[in-house]
Design a protein around this ligand. Structure first.
Ligand code: SF4
Length: 327
């Protein structure tokens, strides 16, 4: 489960949390609620991913977090306090990247708000992570021009990563590395593999839903039993996604709802971005050729299309000559 520790928790993927940028006293999750969550977690072997804001939590909350199996997601401000945590950095913090300690072990998240310049940001962070998860925000507004820029930026990153691997490096970047290693869909999993507990005691598909609209909860926290999976977001109920092989795609449920008003129907932009990444991964893998361990990874087939919607056989419309059963 994901636990939002305070209202101003860091946004860790493509959504926004306005409270993260609002000065003022942090509004922490109640100690009683976190105590009940810790009890449930221990009883049912539930592990937690805890989302921190800019402030170190009070000692009582910290003790409760430490009493359960967990990982921490923190903003740059808490990076030195919790050096083992997953740190979220934002493209707007480029000037502060130098503050991050070097590491070949940790996971890091990079949020960027436009495709242009992504390669420079990734290159600037190389040496500070083992795995970097890149999250583009605003993809719902992407145009053909943005796709072309993103394609170009990924090509640049692939060159940098290729050189890094040939020098013995092992850094991973989600949008290029994951598709190489996956044999089936491995998406964000919000609502199916994890659910979010917010400071108000309610459950959400993911933190994006809570920060966007606190009324969009899917249940109330019950310390007697872990929450059920939401069947409405499962892959086998997504006809388009279950036939797709962009296995690394986030399949962002929040973006789906925002763009198509359906939890399990992706937007054109989500499919296009995932396929640009798939193609960049395919090219990088081909380019790495016989290099270990890449030579043992199954090649990614080339696709004759960029947008999977092109492959859907739509039923002929009434009036089309092809719809006339006599022809
Ligand atoms: S559904 Fe997943 S990818 Fe989308 S905003 Fe929520 S956590 Fe992020």
């Amino acid at each position: 489960m994901l636990v939002i520790l305070e209202q101003g928790a860091v946004p860790f993927c493509s959504y926004e949390n306005p409270h993260f940028h609002t000065p003022g006293e942090p509004r922490w999750i109640a100690t009683d609620l976190l105590t009940r969550f810790a009890r449930l977690a221990k009883r049912n072997a539930v592990s937690a991913t805890v989302l921190f804001g800019r402030n170190r939590p009070p000692a009582a909350l910290e003790r409760l977090i430490d009493s359960i199996e967990h990982s921490k997601i923190v903003p740059l401000e808490l990076e030195r306090t919790y050096p083992e945590a997953i740190v979220v950095v934002d493209a707007d913090e480029r000037e502060r990247f130098g503050e991050l300690h070097d590491s070949l072990e940790r996971n890091m998240i990079l949020r960027v708000h436009k495709a242009k310049g992504v390669s420079g940001l990734v290159e600037a962070l190389l040496g500070k992570f083992r795995r970097l998860s890149l999250h583009l925000t605003n993809t719902e507004y992407f145009t053909q021009a943005d796709y072309a820029v993103y394609e170009d930026e990924l090509g640049r990153i692939a060159k940098v990563l290729g050189a890094h691997y040939r020098n013995g490096g092992a850094a991973e970047l989600n949008v290029l590395s994951d598709r190489m290693m996956l044999k089936e869909m491995r998406n964000c999993g919000a609502g199916a593999d994890h659910i979010t507990l917010a400071p108000n005691g309610r459950l959400y598909i993911c933190p994006a839903f809570y920060h966007d609209d606190a009324a969009s909860f899917v249940g109330a926290f019950d310390d007697k039993k872990p929450p059920n999976r939401l069947q409405a977001v499962e892959l086998n109920r997504a006809p388009l996604c279950s036939r797709c092989d962009a296995f690394h795609c986030k399949r962002c449920i929040f973006l789906n709802r925002k763009t198509t008003a359906e939890l399990n129907v992706p937007s054109e932009q989500q499919c296009a971005v995932a396929h640009i990444e798939r193609e960049a991964s395919r090219r990088l893998l081909t380019d790495l050729g016989a290099l270990e361990p890449f030579r043992r990874m199954p090649r990614i087939p080339e696709l004759p299309y960029k947008d999977p919607l092109e492959c859907i056989d739509l039923p002929p419309r009434a009036g089309d000559p092809a719809s006339d059963p006599m022809l």
